[in-house]
Design a protein. Structure first.
Length: 270
């Protein structure tokens, strides 16, 4: 007699659609491969919906991240620090990254986004949601107010000065990338660059680099046709074991078990 197997239910994604444009049907189809998805479209009900539905992860889609929308996102983040959050926005990357990193957003994607990139991110979000990572450290009341993130002063000459480092990572994440070279491209000493980068983005340059590499690794693994070793070398890792450890740190699972469409998520206890 065959023993019945219990199928692990998909985690629940609460998708806040606060955009003005028609919904992107393809992105919703991709999300449904990894999550059960509920949608919310009212700013004034965001906290209530998050509390009632008890989701495992959140997605915020905003065309124009104005004060009201980002304040709502910040309120939900503070009320539910245990939930990983994906932010979709058409706002250019640098102007929002300062606030998003500090607020605890899991990742930010500029829309329109390539389906493969979105799939890699939504798969990673599902992994993190299933494994239930520890909550984010709560921010003190009033810190990093959303309106300040988008004010002209937030993307001032200090952040603009770091732009060469961001471009350096984007173009060379598969090569040997060093903080010393990033600092040189910004015309700064390594010590000054390290302090400036952390002050601007709320994270270290190394963490930013690793996030970029792991994001690309996720995309390649979901895309298929690449061995784990090939992915490791393509994203700047020269040691397979180290790549596996870093990948697991950022996604909650090993690259060899990273979920592709049609595969089961690992049990939450693993």
């Amino acid at each position: 007699m065959e023993r019945a197997t219990t199928r692990q239910p998909k985690p629940l994604l609460l998708w806040f659609d606060f955009s003005y444009r028609p919904a992107d049907r393809e992105l919703r189809i991709v999300a449904a491969r990894f999550f059960r998805v509920e949608y919310s479209t009212r700013l004034d009900r965001a906290l209530e919906d998050a509390g009632q539905l008890a989701p495992d992860a959140l997605c915020f889609e905003v065309d124009q991240p104005d004060e009201a929308r980002l304040q709502t996102l910040q309120d939900v983040l503070r009320a539910h620090p245990q939930l990983p959050v994906l932010l979709l926005t058409i706002e250019h990357w640098e102007s929002l990254a300062v606030w998003a990193f500090r607020a605890g957003v899991w990742n930010v994607l500029a829309t329109p986004v390539a389906e493969a990139e979105f799939e890699a991110n939504i798969a990673g979000l599902a992994q993190v949601a299933t494994l239930r990572r520890p909550p984010r450290t709560p921010r003190p009341p009033g810190a990093e107010a959303p309106q300040q993130a988008l004010a002209p002063s937030s993307v001032d000459e200090h952040v603009a000065r770091l732009h060469p480092a961001l471009q350096y990572v984007r173009r060379h994440y598969g090569d040997k990338v060093t903080e010393t070279e990033a600092a040189r491209r910004c015309g700064m000493s390594r010590f000054a660059f390290s302090r400036a980068f952390h002050a601007a983005f709320g994270t270290t340059f190394r963490d930013f680099l690793m996030r970029a590499r792991i994001s690309e690794a996720c995309r390649m693994l979901v895309e298929g046709g690449h061995t784990v070793t090939e992915v490791a070398f393509a994203t700047g890792f020269t040691d397979g074991s180290y790549f596996a450890r870093v990948f697991r740190h950022y996604t909650g699972t090993l690259p060899s078990r990273y979920r592709a469409p049609g595969r089961e998520l690992p049990p939450a206890s693993q």
